[in-house]
Design a binder for this molecule. Structure first.
Ligand code: FE2
Ligand code: FE2
Length: 199
């Protein structure tokens, strides 16, 4: 079981025109760790889009049941599953690229440095956004200053992830596929599974 299917499968809608699929099965297994990391990107984009949509629709106003479920699912994802994705990269993938003695690895390592910096910036915005979303769920509304702050943090995350995910999906992961051998990739997959309490 991965992060995404640890959430009870259900489908709900916001304003009838934005189906939210929570619990979509991953496309890759732990035997394909680079593909699995890209699958996680689709979930990051999905749950961030949900937060942006709820914020755009309600601007901190009272929550209906559907909006509340959507916010709660996104919050749980960003509080619990997303940090594991960062750990997959920073603790399992990046160190193996740094340890590679292949000359072609130098270009990938430059990317890694930039990506780790992005993670730190994203962490700051996620922490602030999570606090505000939790407050919204607890109080059923946000004061205008908090609603504006949430919008700013979500916009920053969308901008940051647009570049970050593109670099990982289209440059770093293909480079890792070329530079890392099968045993290294298998070990990364095992570490990702262990991070989720799986063998
Ligand atoms: Fe990343
Ligand atoms: Fe990533």
């Amino acid at each position: 079981m991965t992060d995404v299917i640890a959430i009870a499968p259900r489908t709900c809608g916001i304003a009838c025109d934005m189906p939210i699929q929570i619990g979509r099965a991953p496309d890759h297994s732990f035997e394909q760790p680079l593909g699995l990391l890209s699958d996680c990107h689709r979930r990051i984009e999905h749950f961030l889009k949900i937060l942006v949509r709820v914020d755009a629709d309600l601007s901190g106003g009272p929550l209906t049941d559907d909006y509340r479920r959507a916010l709660d699912a996104a919050l749980r994802y960003f509080e619990t599953a997303a940090p594991r994705h960062t750990a997959d990269e920073e603790d399992s993938l990046f160190p193996r690229l740094r340890a590679s003695d292949d000359p072609a690895a130098q270009q990938a390592l430059a990317l890694v440095d930039r990506l780790e910096h992005d993670h730190q910036a994203a962490d700051v915005h996620h922490a602030a956004a999570n606090t505000l979303v939790r407050r919204w769920l607890d109080d059923n509304r946000l004061v205008p200053a908090d609603a504006a702050a949430l919008r700013d943090h979500l916009a920053a995350l969308q901008t940051l992830y647009a570049g970050h995910i593109a670099v990982e999906d289209h440059e770093l992961f293909p480079a890792a596929a070329r530079l890392l051998d099968a045993p290294a990739l298998q070990q990364i997959g095992r570490e990702m599974a262990a991070r989720r309490g799986l063998r």
